[in-house]
Design a protein around this ligand. Structure first.
Ligand code: AMP
Length: 307
């Protein structure tokens, strides 16, 4: 059961109250693949970079077991670049710059060996490209998860709206849910968004956890209270990577199992924010992940007797 991941492989420049980075390796598909690589070894990546992208970053993905046969390298072109500045609360940020570069003309090619994919993670990217990937798969995967952001809601809403009818799970943050639904209450927003197509909706609320909606059911998972959040970039993608990889590994996409997948996604995201960029995701091990998941269990586990 392979997992097909599409999304940006990028350069990011980040400013947080703790410091500033020059161009470092980032991108939605990078974070998703790295997080997923701890749970499944059949990860097939589709993306595009320019010839300015370092080969050791591609080697780092390969070393984690990610198949990069579908990663196009465009000679003489530049990699997608994003720059953002976080506010003091580290929960909100301003985008300072988005340079599409190779993404502006990206025509995703699906290698034949990727065609058997059972799980598709449509990471943050132009909705038209996300549509193309679905069109180019001979059989629809068993589960299609979509992540997107306000940038695409601003410039490609019609394509995004039609894409919502083709996916099973949508993951967005609270601000994006409000923008998409034009509702302030997240409960009302969820009802409206579920009516637009996806069967499941995950609303990520940064340090305030994540909500899973399906029909009339709701599940809430907190985020782990951390002493220090260093850089939240990629936390949402890391969450999605852990989430979808757990479903791919267990081959069970019931609401009950999605609850466990959300805890795992949250645990992975809690590592991501501890250092700048992808660094923390390349150095953790399964023992640390197990301990983190256990911390989540302890955090929310309580007994109550009404008297
Ligand atoms: P997250 O913090 O999980 O929302 O994701 C941050 C990552 O998304 C960064 O590594 C960026 O390179 C990438 N990113 C930023 N803007 C876009 C965009 N418009 N489309 C696709 N990826 C983006």
């Amino acid at each position: 059961m392979s997992l097909l991941v599409i999304g940006t492989v990028a350069f990011d420049a980040i400013e947080t109250p703790f410091g500033k980075t020059d161009k470092i390796v980032g991108g939605a598909a990078t974070f998703i693949s790295l997080a997923a690589s701890y749970f499944t070894k059949k990860i097939n990546l589709v993306s595009v970079v320019g010839d300015d992208f370092p080969t050791d970053a591609i080697d780092m993905l390969k070393k984690r077991g990610v198949n990069t046969a579908g990663l196009q390298i465009k000679e003489g072109e530049k990699t997608f670049f994003w720059s953002g500045r976080y506010h003091n609360d580290m929960n909100s940020r301003d985008t300072l710059d988005t340079q599409l570069n190779v993404l502006a003309t990206f025509d995703p090619e699906i290698p034949q060996e990727y065609q058997d994919c059972s799980f598709l993670m449509l990471g943050n990217l132009a909705p038209a490209v996300q549509h193309q990937v679905l069109d180019r798969l001979h059989t629809r995967p068993k589960l299609v998860v979509l992540d997107t952001m306000n940038f695409w809601m601003d410039i490609a809403l019609p394509e995004l709206t039609s894409l919502l009818k083709r996916v099973d799970v949508l993951t967005i943050n609270d601000e994006e849910a409000r923008q998409l639904s034009k509702e302030y209450s997240l409960v009302k927003a969820a009802q409206k968004i579920l009516a637009m197509g996806p069967k499941y909706l995950i609303i990520k609320k940064g340090e305030h956890g994540a909500l899973l909606f399906h029909g009339n059911e709701v599940f809430f998972a907190p985020a782990l209270p951390l002493e220090e959040v260093f850089d939240p970039t990629g936390a949402g993608d890391t969450f999605a990577g852990g989430f979808v990889a757990h479903l791919a590994k267990t081959k069970d996409y019931s609401f009950e199992n999605m609850k466990s997948a959300i805890i795992l996604g949250s645990a992975m995201a809690s590592f991501c924010v501890e250092k700048f960029g992808t660094q923390r995701l390349t150095e953790i091990n399964m023992e640390e992940i197990k301990q983190r998941v256990q911390s989540f269990v302890s955090l929310v586990n309580f007994e109550i007797e009404l008297v």
